[in-house]
Design a protein around this ligand. Structure first.
Ligand SMILES: Nc1ncnc2c1ncn2[C@@H]1O[C@H](COP(=O)(O)OP(=O)(O)OP(=O)(O)O)[C@@H](O)[C@H]1O
Length: 256
């Protein structure tokens, strides 16, 4: 990887804001996202049926399961892009079915999402793409610009700050997507196959970053097919592993 990565802690602490505030939030037993008998159907095709899931503040969950099981769909329910066809999803205590547009926008600011397909604006250089959320929220500052530089360095993309998204490799796009998800200091990070296009070394770095974010009090939910990544995570985080199959969610066995 090009560039000299700064320590994950420096980078994350800057992006995450005051570590003390994170500590205050940690361990208070609050629930950030809760699915209560949530189901989802695309047209008549039921994908999820009556899923119960509670994400407590500061928890770390992996979500695994066969292709097409509905992992992305479940994540979309968790960040309010989809509303459940049955049951209820509470986002920071707000029912996603009834929350108004402004309320949903506020809730979404508290959740950083790493999308499977890493959407960017192709006509804007990466640095501008990544700082768009800051600009849009009107809170861009010198400190944030510094955070962006550090995040770019940590994900090994300092040399690509001025590149356009179509010029990036799949792995570079994935790393940029993670930096973008962190830059707004979200309380929750939801990542959909974040290691899908990156090599093992970068997967490990990404895992380290997610683990550090978790230690700072962030709630993490990661969908992945990568069982080796889940096994590697055991030495870094106390993660629960959930398996989605047949529309139902279960705790995965310890034989993973
Ligand atoms: N917008 C949509 N319209 C209709 N069907 C959809 C839509 N999005 C997903 N599906 C279907 O819903 C099912 C679950 O899709 P989803 O992407 O949630 O699964 P997944 O577990 O994330 O899969 P993968 O591991 O392959 O990414 C699949 O059969 C998919 O074809």
């Amino acid at each position: 990887m090009a560039g000299t990565p700064v320590s994950a802690h420096d980078c994350v602490a800057r992006a995450a804001g005051a570590e003390e505030a994170a500590r205050e939030r940690r361990g208070t037993g609050y629930t950030v996202i809760e699915l209560k008998g949530a189901g989802y159907s695309y047209g008549g095709d039921g994908i999820l049926g009556g899923v119960n899931l509670r994400l407590d503040g500061g928890s770390f969950h992996f979500l695994t399961g066969p292709s097409g099981a509905g992992k992305t769909t479940l994540l979309k329910l968790c960040y309010g892009e989809l509303k459940p066809s049955q049951g209820q999803v509470d986002l920071f205590g707000h029912d996603s079915r009834t929350i108004d547009r402004d309320g949903l926008a506020r809730v979404r600011q508290r959740i950083g999402v790493v999308h499977q397909d890493c959407r960017f604006l192709d006509h804007l250089p990466m640095a501008e793409n990544l700082s768009l959320p800051l600009t849009a929220s009107g809170r861009e500052s010198a400190a944030d610009a510094d955070s962006l530089r550090q995040l770019l360095a940590w994900v090994g993309l300092s040399h690509r700050a001025h590149a356009l998204p179509p010029e990036l490799s799949g792995g570079e796009r994935q790393r940029a997507a993670l930096a973008r998800a962190i830059i707004m200091d979200p309380e929750v990070i939801i990542a959909d196959e974040p290691t899908g296009n990156i090599d093992w070394e970068m997967s490990q770095r990404l895992l380290t970053l997610l683990a550090e974010l978790n230690r700072l009090g962030k709630t993490i939910l990661v969908a992945t097919h990568d069982l080796a990544l889940i096994r590697a995570a055991k030495s870094q985080v106390a993660a629960r592993v959930l398996r989605l199959a047949g529309g139902q969610l279960q705790l995965a066995g310890s034989d993973l």
